[in-house]
Every structure is written in C-alpha cells, then in structure tokens.
Design a protein around this ligand. Sequence first.
Ligand code: SAM
Length: 249
Amino acid sequence: MTLPYRDFYYPLNVFMHILTLEEGGVAALHYGLFESAGDSIAIAQRRSTDLLLSRLPQPPATLLEVGIGLGDTLAELTRRGFAATGITPDDKQIVFARKRHGEAVRIVHEPLETFPSDQQFDVVVFQESSQYIPAASLWARMRELARDLVIVLDEFSLRPGGTLHPLAEFLEQAEAHGFTKREELDLSAQAAPTIDYFRQRLPRYRAALTLDLGLSDAQVDELVDGGVNYRAHYDQGVYGYRLLVFRRA
Ligand SMILES: C[S@@+](CC[C@H](N)C(=O)[O-])C[C@H]1O[C@@H](n2cnc3c(N)ncnc32)[C@H](O)[C@@H]1O
C-alpha cells in the first residue's frame, strides 16, 4: 500500500493513518472541539476551524497562515477572498497540499523563523503551529510580519510538569513585543476528547500501524501510554487548550 503521508513526521503519520482507516480520509491535523459525545472527529475538527474563521476580519485582507498542514484551511481562506500565504517547513506537506489544491494556494516552504518577507500581513493565524516555535522568536517575527491581528489556537502548559510551552511565557512575550491580548477562550474540555479518540483506536489499529507504517509494538505501546499521560495532564490542569486573539498595540 502506498500511503502519501507515510513519511510525514512521527507521530503525525500515525494519527493520519488512524483517521484514514477510521474515517476514510483526513480533514485536518488539529484537535477537534467536541460538544457532545456523539460528535464525529470531522465535525469537532471543523468546529475548531469555524471558530478560527469567526475571528477573522472581512476579506479582502492579507493573511499569513503559519503551519498549513494539508492546506485545506489555506485553500478555504483563499476561496473566501483573503490574499493568503501559507508556510510550512515540511516539503511533504507541500506535496500533499499541492495534490489537493493545485496551484490555487500560495505556499512558501520555510519555517516562520526564517520566512523571508518584506510584506506585512493584516492577520497571522497559528492553528496548532505555535507550539513548535519558541515564544520569543515567534513574537519577534510577529513584530516584523503582523500588522494588526494574531490568532492562535493551541495547547499550552498551564502549570509545571509538562513539556508544552508555558502559556504565561507566551502571553508575556506577546506583551513584550507590542501585542495586546484581546480574547482568551479556554477550550481544554472540548479539545481533550481528541486524545481519547486516538488513545482508544491505537490498540485497535496496532497491526495496520506496524505493517503499513513500520511501527514497532513498543512504539504503539509508547503512544498508548503517552496518550494516557497526556490526558491526565489535561485532567489535572497541567495542559490546557486556548483560543487567543492579539491585536498590535
Ligand atoms: C499539528 S500541525 C497543524 C497543521 C494545520 N494548521 C492544521 O490545523 O491542520 C502543525 C503545523 O505546524 C507546522 N510547523 C512546525 N514548525 C513550524 C515552524 N517553525 N514554522 C512554521 N510552521 C511550522 C508543521 O509543519 C505543521 O504544518
């Protein structure tokens, strides 16, 4: 079997394989926001993107999407009339996005840290990409690139004990670089069931994960244990999920 995402970075390829086997396809690489037990992962993921879209100004506006994943949101933003540019350091994601969306989307193969631009963008959005970038570098780049709004959907460490970026430091760095927080929405309870979705399915797809992606049994066990631990971090308030909206002061 040829899987277009086989060589996506681990464990993103694992999550994509589970979604493909279970749902018949992958819509996005971010958490879902669940409102009831009956919500499908696709509906919950869509809810997250809808929330992000609801905080955007009316098009036309210039927009930078940091970390495009599979490119679906970038394509939607472009269709809606934004002058949208997407960036990712991952060339495999670009191949994937190009297959889905052709040349209709503007993608630059570059991490935020070195993205060359003499342009400023009215809006910059991070849907689960801020966690990969040290807060000080991220906000230094926003100082150069963001003219008005920065919108972030992501998970953070709220207390010591985890490995995610601390929310307090993220907020301090925003302020230090001239961005004022306009909104903070706690979405932890809605996001956390996404961890359960994968945790429950990992053992069920053990054979497919070892056969199709070359995972070892130990790696599958590690992911299952990791999921339990991760969920506990949410339950204990060590990790939390936020929508954050900042405006340039
Ligand atoms: C969890 S995925 C989320 C993808 C997409 N935003 C979504 O919601 O489906 C994280 C994204 O951040 C990107 N990323 C990681 N490090 C980055 C960096 N330094 N600069 C820009 N994007 C980065 C990854 O390549 C990937 O596209």
